[in-house]
Design a protein around this ligand. Sequence first.
Ligand code: NAP
Ligand code: ZN
Length: 352
Amino acid sequence: MLSTPAYAAQNAKSKLAPFSIQRREPGPHDVLIDIAYCGVCHSDIHQARDEWGNSIFPMVPGHEIVGKVSKVGSAVKNWKVGDTVGVGCFVDSCRECEACNAGEEQFCSNGMSVTYNGYERAGVKLDKSKPTYGGYSTRITVNEDYVLRIPDGIPLDRAAPLLCAGITTYSPLRHFGVKKGDKVAIVGLGGLGHMGVKLAHAMGAHVTVLSHSPGKKDDALKLGADDFIATKDADVFTKNAATFDFILDTVSAQHDYNAYLGLLKRGGTMCLVGLPDPTPLSAGPLIMGRRRLAGSLIGGIKETQEMLDFCAEHDVASDIELIKIDQINDAYERMVKNDVRYRFVIDIASLS
Ligand code: NAP
Ligand code: ZN
């Protein structure tokens, strides 16, 4: 085993602090990655604080991982030492179910092995004796099929957030067929939201940001939005009724879905990716206009690679604030207070 420095939460109330974990020596099909940077997703906070009620402690969060391959197993063909690679929200899946066969491993019916706060596998099933640990650590051993290639040209620190925030917004924009000229609204300008703006803009959509922070207007326009609506003004929901073909909702806190559904055109779709506490929903706004409410979860390996290549082609990367690992607890506080422009990324060199 490889003794590896990390940062962990010991329970839902504790701050993150130095911790040591054991990584497995690469097996024939494994790749060992020296982690350079890891993005900080709001899901890290939800889970470190057990806000979803499924947390496994001690927890080493982090699922926006980039770095260099430092060792490969004897049977690995596609990766070599020195390759620049990424790891997203899962590190394995059953490879047998319909979802895995369709390249949508995130919906694995035997449960994907999430990168942290989950379990490694014993064949098809999860092995509950082997918890997974994420990217707030100096290295990670991952099966070769769950590693992504980071294209040249994307600065590595700014690439890290693509592994979750990037794919989580790219996948629904593609799945629901957003195309040139469509009127798209991105709700919430945070880590996911700012990637949603950049990606929808690169796909040729007319992009509007709906934000409860009026001060983010200039940023929204710089990021590629065509328009900005401050949702604090009471009349915005009537003034902008039936405006959008597609709404992507990235908000991490409770808010009124019904009001936002009214902003969709007839037949329009609102897709949720933010995961707040349970939120009331009425049938009325869906029925009036045959509107659709959907959800989406990250993306499969194939689509994540497609997204990374799309970002390289369209010069898209995350806007980040680079931090040292000992700033992580402050970073969590700042994210909860909505004080991040637009993703914290940990320089993992500060952990070695
Ligand atoms: P984030 O950077 O903290 O951004 C969340 C945004 O929500 C904020 O920037 C803010 O935008 C808005 N917001 C926050 N509090 C609000 C409030 N009280 N009322 C209205 N709006 C509020 O978080 P993130 O990392 O982008 O993650 C967003 C959510 O997506 C989290 O719940 C996370 O767990 C979830 N997530 C889901 C997936 C998936 O696969 N579905 C993947 C990753 C993350 P404005 O200031 O512009 O209003
Ligand atoms: Zn995430």
